[in-house]
Unconditional design. Structure first.
Length: 193
């Protein structure tokens, strides 16, 4: 079973590399097979189309995000819970930088395949977990920016020297600060309001 899972993952990794390098439209299944040094038939055994590959990449990313959301929805909306949601989200995103880079550079494709739509829905659910219901506009921006920082942070830091784990920690720290500021504002407003 192990090797089959690895083949699937290798196909995903190489396909994503090619999608990022030369664009989704310009990449063919044949090129993916060539770079993997497998036959097109071997590739076909796992994925019938390049859409299938892309959709599988999003599904694989979505599963751990769904777990974070499901957990968060059962917790009290305390600052500790919100911090834990961001921590767990950071772990869920670990290793998905190439996919975010792809999303950034191929927004049309992502929209067309409606994988983008599903991803946006998840973002809104996560936003609900970290944002106060009656948050001010600025605090809503802070919460949205916290999530965006987690997506864009590693992408933005890819040319900066440093350990990937350190970068992830720095990104999480900044995201947590933004969300914490928003949370404390909401608490203060409800007291003074």
């Amino acid at each position: 079973m192990g090797t089959r899972g690895n083949t699937r993952q290798r196909i995903q990794d190489v396909a994503l590399e090619l999608f990022v390098e030369q664009g989704y439209e310009k990449t063919s299944l044949r090129e993916i097979a060539e770079r993997l040094e497998v036959t097109k038939a071997a590739l076909y055994y796992h994925f019938k189309t390049k859409e299938d590959i892309l959709i599988s990449l999003f599904k694989d990313l979505s599963a751990p995000i769904d777990e974070v959301i499901a957990w968060g929805q059962t917790q009290p909306r305390t600052l500790e819970t919100k911090k834990e949601v961001l921590r767990r989200y950071s772990d869920a995103l670990s290793g998905s930088e190439p996919l975010f880079r792809f999303m950034q550079e191929n927004q049309g494709t992502v929209r067309e395949l409606s994988v983008g739509e599903n991803f946006k829905d998840r973002m809104l659910l996560l936003l609900d977990l970290v944002r106060a219901p009656d948050a001010s506009m600025a605090d809503q921006v802070r919460c949205f920016s916290a999530l965006f920082t987690m997506h864009a942070g590693n992408f933005a830091l890819r040319d900066v020297e440093g350990d990937p784990g350190e970068k992830r920690k720095a990104v999480l720290e900044v995201a947590t600060e933004l969300m914490t500021q928003a949370h404390l504002d909401a608490v203060r407003d409800s007291v003074t309001g």
